[in-house]
Design a protein. Structure first.
Length: 94
């Protein structure tokens, strides 16, 4: 495959990856980033997209963890464990 064919392929992969990312499909976006970088590990747009996907995955993990801690805090408040609940909320703060 020639250089321009590889570049066109990467452009298409990144377009699909951006669409997946916009829809919140982090698995498909991550797969697209990996595929693009597999074709050209130094491709600037692929590297930038990979960083964007990595950041989105980390943000999702952090949001899920915060939600888990808030749910646990609610459970502890309901059980009258105010100190435990406050601890959960404090540890969920950024």
């Amino acid at each position: 495959m020639g250089v321009s064919a590889i570049a066109k392929a990467i452009d298409g992969i990144l377009a699909r990856g951006r669409d997946a990312l916009a829809k919140g499909d982090l698995d498909a976006a991550s797969a697209a980033a990996t595929d693009a970088l597999g074709r050209d590990a130094a491709h600037a747009a692929a590297l930038a997209f990979n960083r964007e996907v990595t950041s989105a995955v980390q943000a999702k993990r952090e949001a899920e963890e915060a939600a888990r801690r808030v749910a646990e805090a609610k459970r502890l408040f309901a059980a009258h464990d105010d100190q435990g609940a406050l601890h959960q909320l404090e540890s969920a703060a950024p």
